[in-house]
Design a protein around this ligand. Sequence first.
Ligand code: AMP
Ligand code: MG
Length: 536
Amino acid sequence: MNLKNSLNNLQFDNRFIQQLPADLETKNYCRTVLEASYSYVLPKKTNQPKLVSYAKEVAQLLGLDVKECETPLFTQVFTGNKLLEGMQPYACCYGGHQFGNWAGQLGDGRAINLGELLTNKGEHYTLQLKGAGITPYSRRADGLAVLRSSIREYLCSEAMYHLGVPTTRALSLALTGDSVVRDMFYDGRPQEEQGAIVCRVAPSFTRFGSFQIYTTQGNIPLLKKFVDVTIRHDFPHLGSPCKQTYLTWFTEVCQKTALMIVHWQRVGFVHGVMNTDNMSILGLTIDYGPYGWLDDYNPNWTPNTTDAGESRYRFGNQPQMAYWNLVQLANAIYPLIEDVELLQQALKVYTDSFEQQWNKMMINKLGLAIYDPKTDEGLINDLLRVLQLVETDMTIFYRNLALLNIDQPNLEQLSDEVLLKPLIEAYYQPNKLTSEFKQQIGNWIRLYIKRVRQAEISDNERRLRMNAINPRYVFRNYLAQLAIDKAESGDFSMVEALLALFRHPYDEQMDKAYYAEKRPDWAKTRAGCSMLSCSS
Ligand code: AMP
Ligand code: MG
């Protein structure tokens, strides 16, 4: 079996468009699309496309010979200028609740699916260009993407993957050679920026809003057809679609979503726009827009300026928002199940599995194996309280907590000051650590020592476990901005350096310690580093 195909050898099996109804209008203008799941549309030709970067792991996943990524054909295909045999580009129709309100038809406004690649292993992957021009779903926008947001999507998708967080992937990042006008903060200061295209890859890009659209249109036959196709393609292990399968399917979506959110909370990722059109049916992190990473542990933080007022999608609210979104999905599929109680039971699976997995994740972050509610509820709650008393870098805190020498007898009898020492690097303003604070963290550390001793875990074992779940390197907001600043002036070295760094986020990497440092002061209030808008 040849696992390394050339571009021209890739096989496409476009099941989605074969099995779902197409929009009969084939002209490309913005409109409401009814009775259809997608519209045929061609990517816009780009002027002077230039490949910036590609992810070799994604090429390998697709069974594409990595050498092919360096060819002119690759650049042409993944900037929309050429189609490979078997590609049939289309944009999907979907709706969504945006910030709690039903927004009607949204759809792929600037994403064009090239086709479903069928790998030699029999797996399907949809290849999608983001920023490839207008589609019937572009509403009043231009269908394009700028370099800064494309770098953010490209690097974050891959960083998340290597961190072990379920996510869509990114094959390539290219400049189009065309300029795009954006008013970054919607304050009347539009600027020309460089256009770019990311090729995203996922088994499917179906969203909660892909189902909601049919129910709100009153098109239950198409809703049923869409659910059936989703189950056959994306959940084949569930068997033939029927009422019972619909429930099992929804339950699995609840579980997958819970797992994704647990991972977000584990690494400090804040999505920023958890609208139902940005929720993947496969529980993948999707649509990297104004997301951010926690520097200091602050459950109230949101990176998205559009959400600054209510902070609906703040870090600490993500679990509740995912639940809210699942309720909307339950409402959408209700006509196929017609039993509120059964849907509520499935929703409870979300709450239960989230709680169970979150407890396990938190206890693993502390290097412990088994969650014991008697001791651990208090231990975890107290830690999360203490982490908020002063500005504490979340990533550094957990990494450095592993350094405590708990094997050392009588460690707990040492002073607060001494116990705190391994953690000092995590504090943004070490000179502001009052004796009252030191006492609080000291007491928590003593509680922790007691718990570790009770579990009889050696420092060695604890460190190994902690360093496998607490990353050393995350995609800090300011790192993204530094890479963008350089790239905008034509230097893509930092994009490549970060891509390489994030391949091994849990490993100590020689000479890369500066990438693990806490956010510098200048980045605290700079646009792009702590504040992002949806304008991309
Ligand atoms: P987002 O907030 O990025 O998830 O986008 C919400 C909706 O707006 C989706 O239907 C997007 O496809 C669409 N959209 C966002 N940006 C653009 C753009 N530049 N051109 C066309 N449609 C867009
Ligand atoms: Mg979106």
